[in-house]
Design a protein around this ligand. Structure first.
Ligand SMILES: Nc1ncnc2c1ncn2[C@@H]1O[C@H](COP(=O)(O)OP(=O)(O)O)[C@@H](O)[C@H]1O
Ligand SMILES: [Mg+2]
Ligand SMILES: [Zn+2]
Length: 459
């Protein structure tokens, strides 16, 4: 009998070695190696002989396929996908366990079926009756929706062949296995092999496939870096465990823009689209008139979003003052503090500084700088910021306010939500005419403070 050879595979990035390693030379993670069976057969003997049906062609002679997209009927989801699911594409939806991946895909299945499409929902983690229970709760019902509790890839493929569905959902990629290799389900080798095989099915049968992938605690899709470059589209499902809203974010898309986000609210009967997200994020704002809070207009993909920034500055009890940032980049906050100290003489060397984005959303763009700076300044001076003013602008190292992208969309959004003034960089050119909102253009941080901050009352 042939000796079973084993190999060690980094579960984070898929790097393989013959012997155990403590640290992965590829991705640098520690203790990530797991012994797997080296299956030489699957790597060599089983490779299908490929017929060369697409020989090299002159660019000018190539006929274009028209991209066919399936609409999910859920506009937030469609937008993140770049306008619906492209026929014959493989989409990965990644997210923490319990975030709502099964929920949104079951709802999506229901919507597609309403449009007369046939959907095969492979439930590798839950029994058919568990899925049925969820479907009842979400009021999903259709005779075009097939639930298939199965973990074996070969059987799944056979049923795709038989049923010829328009869309296949695999819930989840970590729970299925192929009999062609011996490693256990969820290992990097299995995930990679299954994903590859599903990709071939998608392309050869022109069926769209969505696979669900759980994210490990390190924030990677388990075995996952491996998957990200294999699939056509990667969509991340994010959210705060303690909040009801969820964000779909496209992080890779061969068929669309990657900076789009879709916002949903999780409730008893499933996920509902949030049509006006700024309203959601500003819900608590009107009741909290405190020094150190400002409203910025951030831009997620092509969509502007109003969010509240809060800063708290106080004398430190520690030898070295603390700087804590939630929802914004700490490095960015440190830079803003340095500029405030140097350019307007704000002394923060004995002060702790906390900066928070309300609602738990991440704001990573530099256009938030000015809002953060003004939150800090109003907190230090103990004044309440004018509640009717929104702020956008990036701060440069010399204290200059730099232009931001999508300025007109941002102004529009602020106006739509009833803001009467907006502070923007002087460097931004505005073509559109705006009525009912005063536009305050500023060149430097000091000017932004003197012209922009209109204290409405001393706190
Ligand atoms: N009976 C229920 N009533 C209300 N919400 C529920 C119910 N069951 C589950 N949920 C919500 O659905 C979430 C689980 O969603 P699910 O789609 O199973 O997540 P995932 O597939 O990403 O692991 C739970 O965290 C909870 O918020
Ligand atoms: Mg699930
Ligand atoms: Zn690695």
């Amino acid at each position: 009998m042939a000796k079973v050879k084993s190999k060690y595979v980094c579960q984070n990035c898929g790097y393989e070695t013959a012997g155990y390693l403590g640290k992965c030379p590829e991705c640098g993670s520690w203790g990530s190696f797991v012994e797997e069976i080296a299956d030489s057969s699957s790597e060599h003997k089983n490779l299908p002989v490929i017929e060369d049906i697409y020989p090299p062609q002159k660019l000018s002679e190539i006929e274009m396929d028209t991209e066919i997209r399936l609409s999910t009927n859920i506009s937030e989801f469609d937008r993140v996908l770049g306008g619906g699911i492209v026929q014959g594409s493989l989409v990965l939806i990644a997210g923490d366990p319990g975030i709502g991946k099964s929920t949104i895909l079951l709802q999506t299945s229901g919507e597609l079926c309403k449009n007369g499409k046939k959907v095969l929902y492979v439930s590798a983690e839950e029994s058919a009756s568990q899925v049925k229970l969820r479907a009842e709760r979400l009021s999903v019902k259709s005779d075009n929706l097939y639930i298939y509790p199965q973990t074996n890839l070969e059987l799944i493929k056979r049923n795709i062949d038989n049923l010829k569905p328009d869309l296949v959902i695999v819930d989840s990629i970590q729970a299925i296995y192929t009999s062609t290799i011996q490693s256990s389900a969820g290992s990097v080798s299995q995930i990679r092999e299954c994903c590859n095989s599903l990709m071939q099915v998608a392309k050869s049968q022109n069926v769209s496939i969505i696979v669900i992938g759980h994210v490990t605690k390190e924030g990677n899709i388990a075995g996952p870096k491996v998957l990200e470059h294999m699939v056509d589209t990667v969509i991340q499902f994010e959210g705060d465990k303690y909040k009801s809203y969820r964000i779909l974010r496209s992080i890779k898309n061969r068929f669309g823009n990657t900076s789009e986000v879709g916002i949903f609210e999780m409730g008893g009967n499933g996920l509902t689209e949030v049509i006006n997200p700024s309203q959601l994020f500003l819900k608590e704002y009107n009741q909290t008139q405190t020094p150190g809070s400002t409203i910025i207009v951030t831009s997620e993909g092509t969509r502007p979003l109003l969010v509240e920034i809060q800063a708290l500055v106080g004398t430190t009890p520690y030898p070295a003052p603390r700087r804590v940032a939630n929802g914004v980049d700490t490095g960015r906050v440190l830079q803003i503090l340095a500029v405030l100290e140097k350019r307007i003489g704000l002394n923060l060397s004995k002060q702790d500084v906390y900066v928070n984005v309300i609602g738990g959303i991440d704001v990573s763009e530099p256009a938030a700088d000015l809002g953060i700076a003004l939150a800090i300044v109003t907190c230090v001076r103990d004044v309440v910021f004018d509640l009717q003013t929104a702020i956008v602008g990036e701060i440069g190292l010399s204290g200059e306010i730099r232009a931001v992208n999508h300025i007109e969309k941002r102004i529009n959004e602020a106006q739509k939500l009833g803001f009467k003034r907006i502070i923007i960089p002087d460097a931004n050119d505005i073509q559109e005419k705006f009525e009912g909102i005063e536009i305050v253009k500023v060149k430097r941080i000091l000017e932004a403070i003197t012209r922009g901050v209109k204290p409405v009352k001393e706190a």
